[in-house]
Design a protein around this ligand. Structure first.
Ligand SMILES: Nc1ncnc2c1ncn2[C@@H]1O[C@H](COP(=O)(O)OP(=O)(O)OP(=O)(O)O)[C@@H](O)[C@H]1O
Length: 379
């Protein structure tokens, strides 16, 4: 598995101008009556990519997936798959398969007949079906459950049957709509890793729809964050988390503190904001005009809470008072009230079991951060 990890690390076809996208949405719009569910959206997905569409309920992510599967027709725009415009190709002829949230397994059929269903419909010879079903059972580690009916399986096992069924026809692209929605947290996390392993073993392209940011962060090579039918940002999980391109994305993914200010200086790779509790000096390529308002987004774990003043208390530092403490086991979250009354969220890893004299309620503290710890947002 280690070698796969290494391959994965260097997998970034989107950054290579030579590589061609495998799936291209070009100016795709989908209207339902007057309502625009997908709004002039352009997006490229690469061969062997694990791609996640992430967004709040109603943002249009399932509609986009359904258009790729062929269950909905775009109102305008093109979808190119493997160099071919697929608009006129009916769903069953597309090299794409979709796994739904409600797995829709046939309750009266055994696991193996469920898996072989699509192959029988395609008229594949019996011996070949048997062989393919065996392969699939092995792949999802359900060999000993072949003769069971779906109701004799756990939720996670059912999910794997559905996965095996959608992979049996060897689609080039597997579409997954909230694939782990029915599983409890622990099983969900395990299954996320199983899905990633499977995708790598088979060398397929996966497009998954989810509203669960942790799930998208765990599994995907890249994430498209969607809002109101548009893509707001497409990037790797780390880029989305560390360099969100807007308040919307910063706020949507993980926890964030937004510090408002007005631009005092900008240039030479730095931006300075003043006016709030902090004088912010941040490493940034943004070039907002002097005097305009801007925001600085910083994650809780990047704010440092200390009892003594940091070296240069003039910048990136504020006094504050511990307002709330939440002990979460692996970390402790401090809410710190700043002089303006604004409360910021900070988190600290509990690297040791017991800490002598831990920071407590109502204590006066310093909150500080590094120049590279957050991002200046333009909007
Ligand atoms: N057949 C339809 N007729 C009318 N409106 C529709 C239809 N299908 C979807 N919509 C609307 O389009 C919008 C986007 O729906 P879509 O299912 O793509 O959202 P989603 O982001 O997948 O949300 P969820 O996570 O809740 O499934 C929603 O406002 C929905 O009500």
């Amino acid at each position: 598995m280690k070698s796969l990890g290494n391959i994965r690390r260097s997998f970034a076809p989107w950054a290579d101008p030579q590589s061609k996208p495998f799936i291209s949405f070009r100016n795709i719009t989908k209207k339902f009556g007057d309502f625009t569910a997908v709004d002039n959206l352009t997006l490229d997905i690469y061969h062997r990519e694990f791609f996640a569409l992430l967004g709040a309920s109603g943002c249009g992510k399932s509609t986009l997936l359904r258009m790729l599967a062929g269950f909905e027709r775009p109102t305008s725009g093109e979808i190119i798959l493997d160099g071919q415009d697929i608009a006129a190709i009916p769903p069953y002829k597309r090299p794409v398969n979709m796994m739904f949230q409600s797995y829709a397994l046939f309750p009266h059929m055994t696991v193996e007949s469920n898996i072989g269903f699509g192959l029988r419909q395609d008229g594949m010879p019996k011996a070949e079906i048997a062989e393919r079903v065996q392969q699939m059972l092995k792949l999802v580690k359900l060999e000993q459950f072949a003769k069971r009916k779906p109701q004799q399986l756990s939720g996670g096992q059912r999910q794997r049957v559905a996965l095996a069924r959608s992979l049996a026809k060897r689609p080039k692209v597997l579409l997954l709509d909230e694939p782990l929605g029915a599983l409890d947290k622990k099983l969900r996390e395990e299954t996320q890793f199983e899905l990633m392993d499977l995708q790598q073993q088979l060398g397929l392209t996966f497009v998954v729809v989810t509203h669960d940011q942790e799930e998208a962060m765990t599994m995907a090579d890249r994430i498209a964050v969607m809002s109101h039918g548009k893509v707001v940002q497409v990037a790797t999980p780390a880029e989305i988390y560390e360099a969100p391109n807007s308040r919307f994305v910063a706020d949507f993914i993980g926890d964030v503190n937004i510090l408002e200010g007005s631009v005092k200086a900008a240039g030479n790779g730095r931006v300075e904001l003043s006016g709030g509790d902090f004088t912010v000096r941040a490493v940034s390529d943004a070039a907002p005009a002097i005097g305009t308002s801007a925001a600085f987004a910083i994650r809780p774990e990047k704010l440092k809470v200390s009892r003594t003043a940091p070296a240069d208390p003039a910048v990136n530092t504020s006094e504050g008072e511990i307002w709330d403490i939440a002990y979460l086991g692996d970390m402790t979250v401090f809410h710190v009230k700043l002089p303006s009354g604004k409360v910021v969220k900070t988190s600290m890893l509990n690297a040791q079991r017991e800490v002598e004299n831990p920071i407590g309620y109502d204590e006066k503290v310093w909150v500080s951060f590094a120049e590279t710890a957050g991002v200046v947002l333009r909007d």
